[in-house]
Design a protein around this ligand. Structure first.
Ligand code: NA7
Length: 898
């Protein structure tokens, strides 16, 4: 509807009251709102910014408590959109104080003349989508309404303080302050008895300064937090040199990094480093005073693996004990209930040392919870503390609080956002919500936001949104809305990402756990800033995938679908391989492909330690065959699994699936014997199958000599190795042994037919291609032999085979023949379990410590093997990825770490 007609209808609807009509209304004049206004104006879109405060600054306007500073280095926590702005402003410190950051926003507002389009002291009280007008109608606290085509919430993630949830606050006769709403006038604490409740970032930053002023400070701590010394001062010379050496390059690297600050991806894994090396790394990080550094640079598994994380957390715990003199206070200050980094760690200045002061007392609320606040102070289960001042550093209703504070937000068909989000925020890309056309959220739940340098994430969102509005205008579209399919797909992808990190194992404001009654689930996007950016770009370049676009004079456009169907780490691996622009593996020739595989394997993370690794040989049909035996660290004898590596009967050897064998040996507590069977084209069909059978027979016969349990063995294999395992079971049944108690077939080759849908759907793009499979088959087996059950076990007799687990991957040409084999086994009366791994590709399970999301599949495999061996179940919850919405107890985390 044209603006003039909208004006007439509005005037009727509001009985002639004032309504400001604009293209875009932005809520919030903080980091995001200011940049939005600048860009929207430049794009020629009329814009108003509505801001509750009486000046710019957003969260930095409100959070003025003593010690308030940013905890991302300020050279990184800055606007980067205008190189002239970058050179016009110089930060005075490594981590700027709140007043300096506020001055910066004032400087930016002045430089781009932004204040003239900002309505201060204005709160939005309700927002309603008017379908007929195709406008959002906003009612405000100061009367005048706003009609806008696009409504953008730039309300910040940590801007709505949560109530203290303690009885009796109103009864207190002394002074009460909230860190998130600190007064503008000076707060005098000298000669006063002060209580601080809360030990998150706000508490940790303010406590040392309050302690210096107060006569006595009592800190009420519910949960201890990890804090690291900020070592504030001038910005570190090496980082400044890096930035100034190539400003554009530095900024670009930040945009594609994981956390929005340019640090490289760490490759060393914790178990490759000695205790001394790990300590050295921690000491270096401790001296640096950089949150992103310590969160990402110590070892590759620190943030994704409970064991790798515990090693780091233990070293930090030692540091706390070194600083705090009183052992009881030190113990109370030491966190044990969450992995390091799963809850936002803090940067501090003399925080722990403050507890050595005689005028500071720590009250451990885990031992004596607060009962109530009284007229004179705070009463716990055990004591009463009379104080003059109470400071609540109790945090925020994070991520959704500020959005839901506008209530109601009513979308298409009268849908209310609070109903849609009743079970937790649902978004597409953390930017939009299905059913709420033309509504955008900057750094909303479902985007990297608080898990990143906010400056980078804000600029990315603002640029993406404004670029889309410009493109829509050019194409004649006036409304945009996410589809339900896209939104559901994003929720799935978010959940997949959440299994990559340890955030799911902590009760934090990231998961909504700090607000009683709030729906639980990891709210920020945990897949990283760079991958997220590439996804947003792909949405745009893919014809606005997952959005419906409409306009008065153009045909509707809706390219519906899910933007990411692969597991997040599989996507990363495939993107990395695509960037390498490798020629097809089959073009290398057999030896060239073997050399490539060896080089590729040399670059992967080292496999995890096991009790013992022994190389040996066993007699095959035509001479010795090498093997590698992996023995668990636990006392034996152990059940034995005979393992066959993958490689299309052409590539690999007994060592090539080393990380997988180690991982499975650790998970199952079983001996894995990986067999070096002979390869095509030198040794064609049926050599590999016959070698596999001969090796299994010999291993079964020599189980006791190998330190294993005498009796039945199990067989396992991946890809062509799974083909050999399946064939071995058939041969063992037909040739009078050995006894096999179970078969684990991971992405098996089971048949010579290449026309099942998975062969076509996944013909290219997932590394194992159709043409590579053709090549393998040609090298191994002539067409005349291909229906022989020794290479196409699906065509053999299946009755009487050992019980099986068949694992297939969604994006694998071999998927459907694996499924067919499982179905045929079941039809033949063989107990069989079939697992189809969603979003995974052929290599997912053997790329241990690269494809982290493969863990839950390997947990299932280990369970199956234990079942085959008649052992009890041993599931590890932390390994499997607790579902979003669920959190593990400290006990479960600790037992998972064992
Ligand atoms: P946080 O990190 O949420 O910290 C709030 C603290 O207050 C935390 O220690 C809470 O303990 C504690 N808290 C909250 N409610 C209560 C009650 N009712 N009783 C006792 N203790 C309570 O907020 P911050 O403002 O410090 O920091 C927020 C972010 O801003 C920070 O992470 C940076 O990114 C910037 P709990 O842990 O819930 O047991």
């Amino acid at each position: 509807m044209p603006d003039a007609m909208v004006a007439a209808s509005l005037s009727e609807a509001t009985s002639g009251g004032t309504t400001q009509q604009v293209d875009v209304a932005v809520v919030g004049a903080g980091f995001a709102g200011l940049y939005l206004l600048h860009r929207l104006r430049k794009a020629g879109l009329t814009t108003v910014v509505l801001e509750e405060a009486d000046d710019v600054g957003g969260t930095w306007y409100w959070n003025r408590y003593p010690g308030a500073r940013c905890d991302i280095q300020t050279i990184d926590y800055s606007y980067t959109f205008d190189p002239e702005l970058e050179s016009a402003w110089k930060w005075s410190e490594k981590y700027a104080t709140q007043p300096e950051i506020l001055r910066y926003f004032g400087f930016v507002a002045d430089r781009y003349d932004l204040r003239r389009d900002i309505r201060f002291r204005t709160r939005i009280t309700a927002a309603t989508w008017d379908q007929a007008l195709e406008r959002w109608l906003l009612t405000t606290s100061e009367g005048a309404t706003v009609a806008c085509r696009y409504y953008i919430m730039a309300t910040g993630c940590l801007s709505t303080p949560k109530p203290p949830e303690i009885d009796g606050v109103k009864d207190f006769k002394g002074e009460v302050y909230f860190t998130g709403r600190w007064p503008h006038e000076e707060v005098k604490l000298a000669a006063k008895r002060v209580a601080v409740i809360g030990t998150g970032s706000s508490g940790i930053q303010s406590i040392p300064l309050i302690a210096e002023q107060a006569e006595h400070l009592t800190v009420f701590q519910r949960t201890p937090n990890f804090a690291l010394p900020a070592h504030n001062g001038p910005a570190p010379a090496d980082r400044v040199a890096l930035l100034e050496g190539d400003r554009a390059g530095y900024r670009e690297q930040a945009r594609w990094s994981l956390a929005g600050v340019p640090w490289p991806q760490q490759t060393a894994v914790s178990w490759q480093l000695s205790d001394a090396e790990r300590r050295e790394r921690l000491d270096e990080a401790w001296a640096k005073g950089d949150l992103v550094y310590i969160l990402t640079q110590l070892w590759a598994d620190q943030a994704v693996d409970v064991d790798g994380n515990t090693l780091l957390a233990d070293l930090i715990r030692e540091k706390i004990r070194e600083i705090v003199k009183d052992p009881e206070t030190a113990a109370a200050l030491t966190p044990h209930d969450h992995p390091f980094g799963a809850k936002r760690p803090c940067l501090d200045t003399r925080y722990y040392a403050t507890y050595n002061r005689p005028n500071v007392t720590l009250v451990n609320l885990r031992q004596e919870p607060i009962k109530s606040i009284t007229a004179s102070g705070i009463k716990t289960d055990e004591r009463t503390f009379d104080v003059d001042v109470i400071v609540f550093a109790t945090g925020f209703d994070a991520m959704t609080g500020a959005i839901m504070a506008v209530h109601p937000i009513t979308g298409r068909g009268g849908k209310s956002l609070s109903d849609v989000w009743a079970n937790g925020p649902q978004t597409y890309l953390g930017l939009t919500v299905a059913g709420f056309p033309n509504l955008f959220m900057i750094t909303g739940p479902g985007s990297p936001s608080v898990l990143s340098n906010m400056a980078v994430s804000i600029e990315q969102h603002v640029d993406w949104v404004v670029d889309r509005l410009i493109a829509m205008r050019e194409a004649g579209f006036t409304a945009i809305e996410a589809t339900e399919t896209a939104q559901a797909g994003w929720a799935r992808h978010m959940a997949d990402c959440a299994t990559l990190t340890l955030h799911r194992l902590a009760n934090t404001w990231y998961t909504g756990a700090n607000v009683p009654g709030k729906a639980q689930g990891v709210m920020p996007y945990t897949g990283g800033v760079g991958p997220y950016r590439s996804i947003c770009n792909e949405v745009a370049s893919g014809g606005m995938l997952g959005f419906r676009l409409t306009g008065p004079n153009v045909a509707e456009q809706c390219n519906d679908g899910e933007i990411v169907r692969l597991q997040p780490d599989v996507r990363l691996v495939l993107n990395m391989l695509a960037e390498m622009k490798l020629p097809p593996l089959e073009s290398f020739g057999a030896q060239g492909a073997r050399d490539f595989l060896a080089e590729f394997n040399a670059a992967r993370p080292a496999g995890r330690p096991v009790g013992e690794v022994v190389d040996g040989t066993l007699p095959g049909t035509d001479g010795p065959l090498p093997y590698r035996l992996y023995r668990p660290a636990t006392p034996g004898p152990h059940p034995i699994v005979v393992y066959f590596h993958g490689g299309g009967w052409v590539l690999g050897d007994q060592e090539s699936d080393d990380p997988f064998c180690r991982d499975m040996c650790r998970r199952t507590g079983m001996i894995f014997v990986s067999v070096g069977y002979r390869h095509a084209p030198d040794h064609r069909f049926p050599t590999a199958a016959e070698d596999g059978y001969a090796a299994t027979r010999w291993i079964a016969e020599h189980a006791a000599d190998l330190g294993g349990k005498p009796g039945p063995v199990m067989v396992a294999g991946w890809s062509a190795g799974a083909n050999i395992a399946a064939v071995t079971c058939q041969l063992a049944r037909d040739r009078g042994g050995p006894q096999i108690s179970g078969q684990l077939l991971v992405c098996p080759v089971t048949d010579c037919t290449f026309d099942r849908p998975s062969y076509n759907d996944n013909a290219t793009g997932y590394f194992l291609t159709r043409s590579l499979m053709y090549w393998f088959w040609d090298l191994y087996c002539s067409p005349a032999d291909r229906t022989d059950p020794r290479v196409s076990p699906l065509r053999g007799k299946l009755e009487g085979l050992p019980q099986a687990l068949v694992v297939t991957c969604e994006f694998d040409p071999l998927r459907d023949e694996g499924v067919a084999y499982a179905e045929a086994l079941a039809a033949a009366g063989v107990p069989v379990e079939q697992v189809n791994a969603r979003g995974h590709f052929h290599f997912s399970f053997t790329m241990v410590d690269v494809v982290i999301t493969g863990v839950s599949g390997r947990v299932q495999m280990a369970e199956a093997l234990r079942r085959f061996a008649g052992l009890p179940s041993e599931r590890r919850q932390a390994d499997e990825g607790v579902r979003p919405g669920q959190t593990a107890s400290p006990h479960e985390i600790a037992s998972a770490a064992e």
